[in-house]
Write a protein that binds this ligand. Structure first.
Ligand SMILES: *Cc1c(COP(=O)(O)O)cnc(C)c1O
Length: 380
């Protein structure tokens, strides 16, 4: 098979003329930021997932920071999350002074294991941040049950899972607060952007205040005049712009197409690798309908991952690895986390390989990837 001349990245955005026009229209309007598009986008996302409220942020990490603030996490509080995630799922706890506790993953779904969560609960535990890794929802019924028993807040990191379903319920209705990211590799994009959805009016108000300098929209009294406002908390400037919100609204129109194409590609991979014992395909839980943000395989122990990685990259196939266990990063090592604390996560990481998946991959691209990968692993 001849080497492909284009590079197939593991993920990328799809932006069409409608998206471009939507942004240009905002550039010609009165508001580049703090205009009407933000609320329109928030309402559209809330409606799409079936949540009461949504608060848009400048990015998903800022949104997670806001959720930790709204949940009242602070110094001395422990928050449990998975090590197989992007560092932001844990870093947000550090931003508010909390302590991150890592619970091991399920060997089959690669999502946080609720039994492992229970083992890590102490009198200081305040919240759980499950991550819908690859777009497959975490085991939210079980996690909510544990949370209820111990009076914990659940903040779902749905950066990968906009549009995904769990037992016929959409992600966004399964936790106290759910975060979605709109980074270009995520299900839909606003360039940078994130959002929290919730049904809780108190969280909603706190998120709004936190996003905009800690300023409350206080109704002014007659003696005060309409310049008056109060800063009641130490907030940030984490606002999304109208340019981003307009792009997000336009992108949301295409989410069904995006998700269907991702599912088609995942299906092609599953079928191609079904009879290849050296490649373990990702296990989906009964009733789970993944958003397929990532397609992860596990390579057999006898295969050198770095060797396959390099050979695939040489063929212009943008394989990747998601993720290095978060506590392996020097920042967390310096805080005292030891290697070996989550055995399944580390075993998973040693053999993991990310294959490209995004809506603009053609069937021929997918075939090029599967044919080459199978040839490589069978040469061992
Ligand atoms: C992308 C991502 C984030 C952070 O989102 P940004 O919008 O890039 O800040 C958080 N958690 C996970 C799992 C992610 O993949």
């Amino acid at each position: 098979m001849e080497k492909l001349s284009k590079f197939l990245s593991y993920g990328r955005q799809v932006v069409d003329e409608n998206d471009i026009q939507a942004v240009v229209d905002i550039l010609r309007s009165s508001f580049l930021t703090q205009g009407p598009k933000i609320e329109e986008f928030e309402a559209a996302i809330a409606e799409y997932v079936g949540a009461k409220y949504a608060v848009a942020f400048s990015n998903g990490t800022a949104a997670l920071h806001g959720a930790c603030f709204a949940a009242g996490i602070g110094e001395g509080d422990e928050v449990i999350t998975t090590p197989i995630t992007f560092a932001a799922s844990a870093n947000c706890v550090r931003y508010v002074g909390g302590t991150v506790v890592f619970a091991d993953i399920n060997r089959n779904t690669y999502n946080i294991n609720p039994y492992e969560i229970e083992k890590k609960i102490t009198s200081k535990t305040k919240a759980i941040i499950p991550v819908d890794f690859t777009g497959q929802p975490a085991d939210m019924d079980f996690i909510n049950e544990v949370a209820k028993k111990h009076n914990l807040v659940v903040i779902e990191d749905g950066a990968h899972s906009l549009g995904a379903e769990y037992k016929e319920r959409k992600v966004g209705t399964l936790a106290d607060m759910t975060m979605f990211s709109f980074h270009p590799v995520k299900p839909i994009t606003t360039a940078e952007g994130g959002i929290i959805v919730t049904d809780n009016a108190d969280y909603y108000r706190k998120l709004q205040v936190f996003r905009s300098h800690g300023v409350e929209k206080t109704p002014y009294s007659i003696e005060q005049g309409d310049w008056y406002y109060e800063m009641t908390d130490l907030g940030f400037n984490y606002r999304m712009t109208d340019l981003q919100a307009a792009l997000g609204l336009s992108q949301l129109n295409k989410i069904d197409y995006f998700l269907n194409r991702r599912r088609e590609i995942a299906q092609m991979y599953n079928e191609a690798f079904a009879m290849i014992p050296e490649i373990k395909i990702p296990v989906q839980l009964e009733g789970s309908y993944s958003g397929w943000h990532l397609y992860m395989i596990q390579l057999d122990e006898k295969i050198s991952r770095i060797d396959i990685f390099r050979k695939m990259r040489n063929l212009n196939i943008g394989v990747h690895v998601h993720y290095i266990p978060v506590y392996w990063h020097p920042y967390y090592q310096q805080l005292g986390y030891k290697k070996g604390i989550c055995k399944n996560a580390e075993l998973y990481y040693d053999h993991a390989l990310t294959l490209p998946i995004h809506p603009s991959l053609t069937d021929e691209d997918v075939q090029y990837i599967t044919t080459n990968l199978i040839k490589l692993v069978e040469s061992y």
